[in-house]
Design a protein around this ligand. Structure first.
Ligand SMILES: *Cc1c(COP(=O)(O)O)cnc(C)c1O
Length: 396
């Protein structure tokens, strides 16, 4: 009898077209830097939303645990589930965005904390907590001027009433808010108003006999630019990955440092291999269409990474990669699954040679910042577009 299964002796394992390495020492050094900004009693919550800014949620959770970070913030219940499967109770998990009411019983039963910014969610949390016989650990988000999520001021009397009536079913973990653009000093009047509004609301809660266990408002940029926003906990994302929220924040910070040395180190290294090399004659076009004409005889290398794999199409004829420790320019348009680079100036490039798309190779480095400045995108967006199925590994 033909047994098809026996023809596959074990789970087949084939190579992906690229891979991502995450540096443990870089992460630890970023964590140490962030901690130097904080008073010893301020908690650090690592923000791992967006598949940990494209780095990989499970790998970053592991790095957090190793670094002694015991508070992790995510956007959705689904991300919380993935973190929870790795942490098994070793870290507090906070959902800052979406959790459907149907998933509240799961979150409450596992001590997963979540933002509450709507009466509907508050009522559903109370109901779920009551039937579980276990209090919901809630972070009450208030509107202070971002106009995204958060209870409006006129909703608060009713909310305070609900909170008071149902104290056995609720743990008011915090009163929190989020700033609308703390990375740009041009926004500081707005940030100042938000902070003032937040402080007034906090006083109102305390006055009503509902003192939240803590206060948190700050992301990376607010922690850097407005020390008074750090309070009892900060929610830090981008800096832990070794990036500044934007250039302005970096400049402002470094100006204040005596040695002006950048304390942040990137964790990520994204690499692939040369898939094939070929010669192109002067006067020929390279790739689709006519965007790239060979001005002289050229040699090009094809790399199996295209826009479907997180390499933006807007980097067509603009982006750069590293081969043999040297920059090689993207020529022609970035295709769905591959791109071409000019290797005319390099000698002996061969199929299988390492290609670095982000990170260091030899003395050169492709930073996502320059990569994204070229394509007019933010670090945040470029990073989170890295597909989740690229294999990741942690290196020292
Ligand atoms: C994304 C996010 C953060 C972290 O922002 P960074 O700029 O990456 O530090 C903090 N708080 C909230 C509510 C967020 O959505």
């Amino acid at each position: 009898m033909l047994n098809t299964m026996s023809m596959i002796p074990h789970t087949p394992s084939v190579r992906h077209t690229s891979s991502i390495e995450l540096s443990r020492t870089a992460f630890q050094s970023n964590v140490a830097f962030v901690r130097t900004l904080l008073e010893p009693d301020v908690q650090l919550s690592a923000v791992l939303k967006g598949n940990a800014y494209g780095h990989g949620l499970e790998h970053m959770t592991q790095l957090c645990l190793e670094a002694g970070i015991t508070h992790i913030s995510v956007f959705s219940a689904h991300e919380a589930l993935r973190v929870w499967q790795k942490t098994k109770g070793e870290a507090t998990i906070l959902i800052m965005g979406l959790i459907e009411n149907e998933d509240l019983p799961w979150a409450i039963s596992q001590d997963i904390e979540f933002f509450v910014f709507e009466t509907d969610r508050l009522q559903a949390a109370i109901a779920a907590a009551r039937s579980l016989g276990k209090p919901a650990r809630i972070h009450l988000e208030v509107e202070t001027g971002m106009n995204r999520t958060g209870f409006d001021r006129d909703e608060l009397p009713a909310i305070l009433e609900l909170l008071k009536q149902h104290t056995p079913h609720l743990r008011l973990m915090s009163l929190c808010t989020h700033f609308a653009g703390a990375e740009e000093m041009a926004n500081s009047p707005r940030i100042g108003q938000q902070l003032e509004q937040y402080n007034a609301l906090y006083e109102e809660f305390c006055g009503a006999g509902l003192r939240p266990a803590m206060r948190h408002t700050a992301c990376s940029a607010a922690s850097l630019n407005y020390p008074e926003t750090r309070m009892e906990l900060v929610r830090i994302g981008i800096m832990l990955y070794g990036f500044w929220p934007n250039l302005e924040t970096r400049t402002l910070f470094l100006e204040k440092q005596p040695q002006q040395q950048d304390p942040l180190r990137r964790l990520i290294r994204w690499r692939s291999k040369v898939m094939s090399v070929k010669a192109v004659q002067e006067g020929e076009y390279i790739g689709y269409g006519t965007s790239c004409l060979a001005q002289t005889d050229m040699r090009i290398a094809t790399v199996p990474v295209g826009y479907a794999y997180g390499f933006a199409r807007s980097l067509s004829n603009v982006g750069r990669v590293l081969i043999q420790g040297q920059p090689a320019a993207v020529v022609g348009v970035v295709n769905m699954n591959l791109l071409m680079v000019d290797i005319s100036a390099l000698s002996g490039v061969q199929k299988g040679d390492e290609v670095v798309l982000i990170g260091r190779q030899g003395e050169e480095e492709i930073s996502v910042a320059s990569f994204s400045e070229m394509s007019h995108q933010l670090n945040y967006e470029m990073l989170t577009r890295l597909p989740g199925d690229i294999p990741r590994s942690i290196v020292d």
